[in-house]
Design a binder for this molecule. Structure first.
Ligand SMILES: [Zn+2]
Length: 107
């Protein structure tokens, strides 16, 4: 279920907490962004409690999850790799811009 709201962490357009996806109203029709959140949503659906715990506690897990989701968003043309790398800096991952860029390069 998608909920339009401005009650979203500062600097973010949307976030998923199964069974909901919260999106700022002005991003409600951003298809690539919704797909980004759906990547998280589908992962959370079957392993929700463990997923959230790992996401909050582990930088490595959080980075891997965001790289998967931003990769999907980049594929759909919703965002550039540089924009995604810049966005990754907001997730307390302990990495700099160049490390974020490198993490987003497909292997
Ligand atoms: Zn994300």
């Amino acid at each position: 279920m998608i909920i339009s709201t401005n009650l979203i962490f500062r600097g973010f357009a949307a976030f998923s907490l199964w069974p909901f996806i919260f999106v700022r109203p002005e991003y409600r029709n951003d298809k690539a962004l919704i797909e980004h959140e759906l990547v998280h949503y589908r992962e959370q659906a079957w392993i929700m409690p463990v997923w959230v715990l790992f996401y909050l506690v582990s930088r490595k897990f959080r980075l891997a999850a965001e790289v998967r989701a931003y990769t999907r968003e980049i594929e759909l043309g919703g965002i550039t790799r540089e924009q995604a790398a810049h966005a990754l800096l907001g997730y307390r991952l302990g990495i700099n811009f160049n490390q974020a860029l490198r993490a987003l390069i497909p292997v």
